[in-house]
Design a protein around this ligand. Structure first.
Ligand SMILES: NC(=O)c1ccc[n+]([C@@H]2O[C@H](COP(=O)([O-])OP(=O)(O)OC[C@H]3O[C@@H](n4cnc5c(N)ncnc54)[C@H](OP(=O)(O)O)[C@@H]3O)[C@@H](O)[C@H]2O)c1
Length: 266
């Protein structure tokens, strides 16, 4: 059975704050943001932008693929999140900074008993992040790493006052990452990539939702797609929850966990 999906047009005429709040309402976390609702595990949402032909970057960064609508979705999703989780390579490549409070979402966050801005969780197994990377020493940033991360780097980071949290022995175990988020009260997790981190979350079956912006461009080249993990061959069912378009030809889809699972981990 086919359905003609009628997309909702995001009108660009309204003022920015109400447009952002309207957008946030299209991307609700579940009322009990845990997965499944009976367990304390957080609800993990990922957000990516991709070209029509599946490229996650152009010239090594995602910025060229974005547009005003995509940036508004990015901002609205941060406005709803308890923590932004990101792989070390993305954080450094994209020049990530600590998320700051967004006045548009102050009231919403107060009502939801959230901190003024989401925390930042950086994943790194090797602690390859440059020591002068600004968010490292921010009290609202944590580095999720593993016990066998290089000792000299661990010491250097500890001396700098970086908050290191071990999530495994040899690797950063995504399941332990989820548990650490729950322990810290981060139930609304927003993973902003990149593809390696997202791939490991898919493999561990921790992805509850994908917010995917399709940028109206063809890129070719050798860019990655939004997820990869060479070690596994899983297939997780998802279903569409929201489809939006904008005046610039971008398509915004929200996908949530579907039913049957074809899990063929090698
Ligand atoms: N289009 C988009 O929406 C979008 C979004 C995000 C990123 N990007 C692009 O994607 C590129 C970076 O992506 P990437 O795939 O190379 O790297 P990534 O996923 O951002 O980061 C991978 C790094 O995360 C660390 N890590 C620790 N534990 C991990 C785990 N359990 N699973 C996976 N990674 C773990 C490792 O750091 P260590 O090496 O320090 O151990 C690993 O090298 C950049 O070019 C960025 O611009 C695009």
């Amino acid at each position: 059975m086919f359905h003609l999906q009628k997309a909702t047009q995001v009108t660009s005429g309204s003022d920015e704050a109400s447009m952002l709040r309207w957008l946030a309402a299209q991307y609700p976390y579940p009322p009990v943001p845990t997965s499944p609702p009976c367990l304390p595990r957080p609800y993990i949402r990922a957000n990516f932008v991709s070209s029509v032909d599946g490229a996650v970057t152009h010239d090594g960064k995602s910025g060229d693929l974005g547009g005003p609508g995509d940036r508004a979705v990015f901002r609205a999703l941060r406005g709803l999140a308890d923590v932004v989780m990101v792989g070390a390579r993305t954080a450094v490549a994209e020049g990530y900074r600590q998320p700051s409070p967004d006045a548009v979402f102050t009231e919403l966050r107060t009502q939801a008993e959230q901190t003024p801005a989401p925390a930042l969780a950086l994943l790194s197994r090797t602690l390859s992040i440059p020591a002068d990377y600004p968010p490292l020493t921010n009290p609202d940033t944590v580095v999720l790493t593993c016990r066998n991360a290089p000792e000299d780097q661990r010491r250097a980071f500890t001396d700098l006052g970086v908050t290191l949290v071990d999530c495994g022995e040899e690797e950063v175990d995504p399941t332990i990452v989820a548990d650490v988020c729950a322990e810290r009260g981060w139930r609304r997790v927003l993973c902003e990539g990149g593809p390696t981190l997202f791939g490991s979350l898919i493999t561990a079956d921790l992805v509850d939702e994908l917010c995917l912006t399709t940028s109206p461009h063809l890129v070719a080249g050798n860019a990655s797609r939004i997820a990869h993990d060479l070690a596994t061959n899983v297939m997780r069912p998802m279903r569409t929850a929201t489809v939006l378009t904008d005046d610039d030809g971008f398509v915004y889809t929200r996908w949530v966990r579907g039913g049957q699972d074809l899990d063929t981990v090698h």
